[in-house]
Design a protein around this ligand. Structure first.
Ligand SMILES: [Mg+2]
Length: 458
């Protein structure tokens, strides 16, 4: 996996050392000699990861990290602090400044590359979602807020022996997270298999012997439902090899025993925030896609969606297209007011929808015009469905508040062979609709020759 790494260190020899290691693994490297330079480079060059020295004159690593996490253009870039300090309170300070991890000097190659791969994997996923959210934004959806700081209410699966689980559980509760404490891999597997189960984080405390915890991590990463669940490992210093394998599998972070409560909390919080950020990107995307393809008044699909859908359907096979128009809608609007008119449109939409199958698409095509695309319906059936829709409207008047409106529709049906263009199909249905209007309304007319639509009768 190649990626851009920004190395920040005030000592030239340190920069060159890291540059050489990274370049040997085919990373693209840029360097900055101070916090201020790092901020400028990060905005300009968009690195995938920043390796940040802690001890620097003027702006130190903590301040630089905080500043990076505060600017929207660099907030999402993972930061690894490189430090000679081993003091735990300093680590927590760094995590609280938003750092994603620490490497101690001199930097150990295996750890460096395992951490880089893991952080880059996470970033790739987020970048993909951010790109899609950006597209959604261009479709007119409001911008996203930055990563949320709230961890309260998040759910965490903890797999550890009883004593350690209790300790970890207490740490998590201190931040308002809700832990589920389990002591065997079987219990954890069962808890994760519950269809309604939803966890923000899994903490796996590796036992002194055995690798079944890592096998569970591997299964989590292989399964669709749990692929994006961050995994935080707790391990003994002697289990370094297992931790590195954990990163290969897809673990996101780790804490070494004896576990420092503040460090565990800070790392858990970072993972939960990241997870929630990803989920928000996803929800936002779903919502914006929904908005982009829906008609706000009726909740039906909109014209843009149905046009694309019809084109795709006609490439695949024969399609029946119905153009449906509410008869004398202007009179309904005049008699019941615009609010009454809206009620009528919503109810027409609801009745059409209730008469169709899930695979059929009904869209609001224009003011009081609806377009239906029937999936795979033989001609007789399409005619019967059109008739059923007409009757569903005629049968019962629509209450509009004070009074009720007698509503009928005219329907033009085009049974269209594969390969005909969407615009030809729509034109044929439209022509049949006008014929239905001309012949007295409240009726279904079938287009004669959808391949060569006749001229509109007006
Ligand atoms: Mg330094």
């Amino acid at each position: 996996m190649s990626a851009r790494v920004l190395v920040v260190d005030d000592v030239p020899v340190n920069r060159r050392l890291l540059e050489a290691k990274l370049a040997a693994e085919f990373y693209e490297v840029a360097m900055a000699a101070s916090g201020a330079e790092a901020l400028a480079m990060a905005s300009k060059w968009s690195p995938d990861v920043i390796l940040l020295d802690v001890m620097m004159p003027e702006m130190d690593g903590f301040d630089t990290c905080r500043a990076l996490k505060d600017q929207p253009v660099t907030a999402h870039i993972p930061v690894v602090m490189v430090t000679a300090l081993i003091d735990r309170s300093e680590r927590v300070r760094g995590l609280e400044a938003g750092a994603d991890d620490f490497l101690s000097k001199p930097v150990d190659d295996a750890t460096l590359f395992a951490r880089l791969r893991s952080l880059l994997r996470t970033k790739q996923v987020q970048d993909a979602w951010r790109l899609r959210a950006e597209t959604a934004r261009q479709l007119g959806v409001e911008p996203l807020p930055g990563p949320q700081a709230v961890v309260a209410g998040s759910t965490v699966l903890v797999l550890a022996d009883a004593a350690e689980a209790a300790e970890i559980g207490a740490c998590l509760r201190a931040d308002g997270a809700v832990p589920t404490l389990l002591s065997t891999v079987e219990e954890a597997t069962a808890a994760l298999a519950v269809p309604s189960a939803r966890f923000d984080l899994a903490i796996l405390a590796l036992p002194a012997v055995g690798t079944e915890h890592l096998r569970l991590a591997s299964r989590l990463k292989a399964q669709q439902a749990t692929r994006d669940l961050p995994v935080l490992l707790v391990a003994d210093p002697a289990q370094r090899e297992l931790v590195l394998r954990g990163f290969e599998i897809g673990a996101s972070d780790y804490v070494l025993r004896p576990t420092d409560g503040n460090e565990l909390r800070a790392r858990a919080r970072n993972q939960i925030r990241r997870r929630r950020y990803e989920e928000r990107l996803r929800t936002d995307l779903d919502r914006s896609l929904e908005l982009a393809v829906s008609d706000p008044l009726t909740g039906l699909r909109n014209r843009r969606f149905v046009q694309h859908h019809l084109e795709a359907a006609l490439r695949a096979g024969d399609v029946s297209v119905m153009m449906i128009d509410v008869d004398r809608f202007k009179a309904i609007n005049d008699g019941h007011g615009h609010a009454g008119g809206d009620i009528v449109l919503r109810e027409v939409a609801e009745r059409l929808r209730s008469q169709l199958r899930a695979a059929d698409v009904v869209a609001r095509y224009g003011g009081e015009e609806f377009l239906v695309v029937l999936a795979d319906a033989p001609p007789e059936e399409a005619v019967a469905i059109a008739e059923r829709l007409r009757v569903a409207l005629e049968k019962t008047p629509i209450p509009t508040g004070q009074s009720e409106a007698s509503v009928t529709v005219s329907i033009g049906l085009a049974i269209t062979p594969v390969g005909v263009s969407a615009s030809e199909a729509v034109a044929a249905a439209d022509t049949a609709l006008y014929r239905a209007k001309a012949l007295g309304r409240n009726r279904v007319e079938v287009a004669q020759s959808p391949q060569h639509p006749p001229q509109r009768l007006g």
